[in-house]
Design a binder for this molecule. Structure first.
Ligand code: G4P
Length: 207
């Protein structure tokens, strides 16, 4: 029943003490838009709140600290911030896949086709920077249908690398991309998983 769900969400909102750092920030600064879109461009993917995102980087270091991580792989543009602010704690480089080969880009690249917004993106990474036997942590700001992450996994596999895990800031659980990856054996860890959100009432339910 709709109003019962709303009451539950309201109750959850009020138990802010039980929310983690990112969930609290989403409650405070996130804006729910029609079409199941969560705007977080005041701190995550347009303007970047560097001290705050750096705290999320520390969280990822705790979550994946027992893994061998030689490099963090993300995709331009919005993944770069969280990837860099996590890499500081791992002391490793960040490689960001590019959505199309620029004129200055090496011609010797691994390439995948990634479908986003019904548009085909050619995602590339130079062969120089993805190597066989490298242990890779994949990161991104959002995980929705999982197309971007699937593409990144494919790049690592082409290079003969090992995907150690996937670190995501905000997963839209209801779009299923994360669970599909987990079912295929990938260690996906998301700091906030949104199960449900409602633009009209402004309520968010976290998993
Ligand atoms: P997928 O990779 O998980 O399949 O994502 P999807 O195609 O569904 O989403 C396309 C783009 O929209 C991605 O950014 C993704 O991060 C972003 N996105 C999806 N849902 C939301 C949302 O609720 N809020 C916000 N703010 N972004 C969302 P992109 O095209 O790769 O762009 P960029 O920002 O990384 O350059």
């Amino acid at each position: 029943h709709g109003s019962a769900w709303q009451a539950v969400s309201e109750m959850r909102r009020s138990i802010v003490g039980e929310l983690n750092l990112l969930q609290k920030k989403i409650m405070k600064d996130g804006v729910i838009k029609a079409g199941n879109v969560l705007k977080v461009d005041s701190f995550l993917n347009h303007q970047i709140d560097v001290p705050f995102i750096s705290e999320l980087g520390k969280e990822f270091k705790k979550l994946f600290g027992d893994r061998q991580v030689d490099k963090i792989l993300t995709i331009e543009a919005s993944g770069i911030g969280i990837a860099c602010l996590t890499a500081v704690y791992f002391g490793v480089p960040v490689l960001f896949a590019k959505k199309s080969a620029g004129s200055n880009m090496d011609k010797d690249v691994y390439e995948v086709k990634s479908f986003t917004h019904n548009k085909v993106n050619h995602v590339v990474a130079s062969k120089k920077y993805l190597n066989a036997g490298e242990h890779i942590l994949i990161m991104d700001d959002f995980l929705a249908n999982g197309c971007a992450v699937q593409g990144l996994i494919d790049l690592v596999k082409q290079a003969g690398g090992i995907v150690e895990g996937v670190g995501i800031c905000i997963e839209k659980g209801f779009q299923g991309g994360g669970d599909e990856l987990r079912a295929s054996g990938i260690d996906v860890k998301s700091l906030a998983i949104i199960e449900k959100m409602d633009a009209e009432t402004g309520t968010i339910t976290f998993r």
